[in-house]
Design a binder for this molecule. Structure first.
Ligand code: SF4
Length: 391
């Protein structure tokens, strides 16, 4: 997940604004965000702090429709501005101008969405499938009728909830216009799922995932690298691969665990029950996962917290190439690995080849010198701190 950059809002502030939830997947950065439910219907996962302290609520369909109406109103205003500002109705140009000068967050969201062509919408918050199918179908149809440029609608859901919907219901949602579901698989290893209080089993993941695939809705499964810590990483990787092989989703997206003191898992770490893995250990885990994947998914690593975002490709044909990238990093001498990790976590490097870019290298060398007080050894805590600045 990614934070929108929008603050949590509840209820339309005025006729020019609508409610926005706090997060969306990285791939939905330019989507129109429509908040279909509020917060998380489970809200117990130890590694997640997003909705802690909030209460889950279904929103009345009429209220969601009102937000869609407001999004249309803002769209029409931006179109009008395009004519008045000499862009001849070319809405992308007017929207680009407005992204930074938007009067509120809803305006900014509509401007970004129009700037990107106005084709995608994402239904927030964490488990839209929990809505009655009839209500969700109504919302999706209304969204498409009101804003006909939208051709792709996606949302988050829990595997357990997907497993409770019949394939016929999911097909109905697909026919109404639901294009893709993003499911937080996190792990396929039951003892780890239980320890993390994820509220699902591997069997639920398989059942829910397979139903989504059968319905024709595109499926993206999220895996949380590092979730097994030092104790369960092997089983986490192997069992996650097994579950994904059974589901065979369209997309497998990986993101790396981070810890904040707003998460119950942070206190598990503090009291020694959970031992956090290092970047190198997490890459060994990712390697084991990829090695055992026998599915036909697109493997995507587009989260900023992943050390090697370039480990991406189509399975099975790109498997060896992806593994070779991880091996290339692991074969670096220890001090070069530290240089890369610091450069990456400081946002200076994005790929391994950046190590050989002399300008960036100078900056990172200076940073390592500063962080290590001249010893070239930067402790794990410092690197984690650098990494977590991005969250
Ligand atoms: S189900 Fe998702 S949003 Fe809810 S607590 Fe778990 S990880 Fe967080």
């Amino acid at each position: 997940m990614y934070f929108n950059g929008y603050s949590k809002q509840r209820g339309a502030v005025n006729e020019n604004s609508y409610e926005l939830g706090p997060i969306r997947p990285p791939s939905e950065a330019y989507s129109l965000l429509i908040r279909a439910t509020r917060n998380c219907s489970w809200n117990r996962c130890r590694f997640c702090h997003i909705y802690k302290g909030t209460r889950f609520e279904l929103r009345p369909v009429a209220e969601i429709k009102q937000d869609i109406n407001t999004a249309k109103l803002i769209q029409d205003k931006i179109k009008e501005i395009s004519w008045k500002s000499g862009y001849g109705g070319r809405v992308e140009e007017a929207a680009a101008m407005m992204v930074n000068s938007a009067t509120n967050e809803a305006y900014r969201n509509v401007a970004l969405w129009l700037y990107a062509g106005g084709h995608n919408a994402f239904l927030q918050d964490s488990n839209t499938l929990i809505m009655k199918t009839v209500d969700l179908v109504e919302v999706i149809k209304y969204l498409k009728e009101t804003l006909p440029s939208i051709t792709r609608i996606t949302s988050y859901a829990r595997s357990k909830t997907a497993a409770k919907k019949s394939v016929e219901e999911l097909k109905e949602l697909h026919e109404a216009g639901l294009s893709r579901l993003h499911l937080g698989l996190e792990s396929g290893y039951d003892p780890l799922l239980q320890y993390m209080d994820k509220g699902v089993t591997a069997a639920d993941h398989i059942k829910g995932g397979k139903r989504v695939v059968e319905s024709g809705i595109s499926l993206c499964e999220y895996v949380l690298l590092g979730l097994g810590g030092k104790q369960m990483w092997r089983e986490h990787a192997m069992e996650t691969a097994r579950v994904l092989n059974e589901i065979d989703p369209d997309f497998i997206r990986v993101r790396t665990l981070y810890l904040s003191n707003a998460m119950p898992l942070y206190y598990e770490m503090e009291n020694g029950n959970f031992i956090r893995a290092t970047d190198e250990e997490i890459l060994e885990e990712e390697k084991l996962l990829i090695k055992h994947l026998e599915c036909h998914s697109n493997f995507v690593s587009d989260h900023m917290l992943n050390l090697l975002q370039e480990v991406e490709g189509k399975l099975p044909q790109d498997k060896e190439r992806m593994l070779a990238i991880i091996d290339r990093f692991l074969a670096l001498p220890p001090d070069e690995r530290t240089i890369f990790r610091v450069g990456r976590r400081a946002g200076i490097y994005s790929r391994l080849d950046d190590l050989y870019d002399s300008q960036r290298r100078d900056i990172v060398d200076r940073l390592v010198d500063q962080l290590s007080h001249g010893s070239n050894e930067v402790d794990e805590k410092t690197i984690y701190t650098l990494m977590e600045r991005f969250v």
